[in-house]
Design a protein around this ligand. Sequence first.
Ligand SMILES: [Zn+2]
Length: 493
Amino acid sequence: MGEPLRIHAGIVALFVIVALSNISAAQSSRKHSRTSTDSVRLPGAAFAAMQKIDPERIRAHVRFLSHDLLEGRGTGQRGGDIAAEYIGTQFALYGLKPAGDNGTYLQKVPMVGITPEPETTFSLIAAHGEGKSLKPLDEYVAYDQTQQQQSDVDAEIVYVGYGIEAPEYKWDDYKGVDVRGKVLLVLVNEPPSDDVNFFKGKALTYYGRWTYKYEEAARKGAVGVILIHQTEMASYPWEVVRNSNSGEKSYLKLDGSPKLKVASWVQFEVAKQMANTSGMDLDKMMTDARSRDFHPVAMPVKLKAHMVSKIRPFESNNVLAMLPGSDSRLRSEAVMYTAHYDHLGIRPDMPGDNIYNGANDNATGCGILLEIARTYAEAGQRPHRSMLFASVTGEEQGLLGSEYLGKHPPVPAGKISLDLNYDDIPPLGSPEEVEVSGAERTNFYSEVEAMAKTFRLTIRPDSPIRAWISLAMPRWRDLDLCWDGRPRPKANW
Ligand SMILES: [Zn+2]
């Protein structure tokens, strides 16, 4: 960890906004509906709760969670487990009800660690027989999501543009083409547009994420996906892909959903060369993909891959606590606050300080979540709805804890009216803007707008790189609870 953290009033203001909006949403739900231009009048109990928020407490949580002793809170590692115990212990001290397994604060999340072995081979074979064996990490990265020790793929490659099927935007890259048994070549991100009604304009939707591309391809029966990395489109360099795809990677234990034998990225130059040897032009292919009329293209090239993996089953935990609501009718509903506690652990092969402390990402979100939980627990008046506090694991591994929580929620998913997620909130200066990622597509948006106005903050559209506060309806697209999980440059904080 570098210099001591300074938690500014700004961070607290961000917290207050959301905490209060929640109380006021619960209390005003049966009264009038506010227009987006009204500012918010704070209920007395909410105002009193706001006065109790203590930035020093947030600072203390951040300091502990990002201490070297916690070894970067790696998923399934000792430091991560200590962080989970710490958070659960705080919940207990606040007097919150356990909402994990068997009356505890912990919800077991069964996972599997997969490490590609050096015997793995990955070759592109042109129709006229010429083959090119790719170099791991420099030219490609690949994981076997089927969690087998060995898998073989020998399949034709089909270019499917962005690989998106989104009826709400009248967009379908697949056009009903049967891709069963194929390997799909896919662009990252989504078709570029400034039109907010088309993939939300410049903002990023779930369709742009690499996790979606893998999931959709697997649902359609493909055996593999090759994502083409281009810095400009991905908004992060190859090193980020390389770093987050080397060594062991964690997955949820198989639960029957379809998986890819080869989930891979290739470096842009490799894709370009592959297109050239196939008599195609990658630039033109990329332009073609921007059209609604795009149609999948079978390429005269095959992927021949022999995937060899080391498989390590293990368990990690989500940490869950509940504050029952005060209204006999509404308490079966819940408002959920989330923040992931995991970070990237230690890199043993790196010389010097090799601990990824993750003070920003996401000890800050955890500190805020804990202070929200404490303030609720000690408030003189309880909100009508129940409050569910969830600190999730495996976010850096691909939102695994959120996915598991979405599939196994302690309150039925249809009864969770709102999820407010805190991730990576840098304590720098006083904020003038706030990002409330995903808010526009919820019916809570007018509250968000009113709250931002009250606190004189401008709402900024979702950045593809960083979400400050994420907000998502949990039933949206396979219960994807959390929107910020893209690979990001490694940093100590
Ligand atoms: Zn994060």
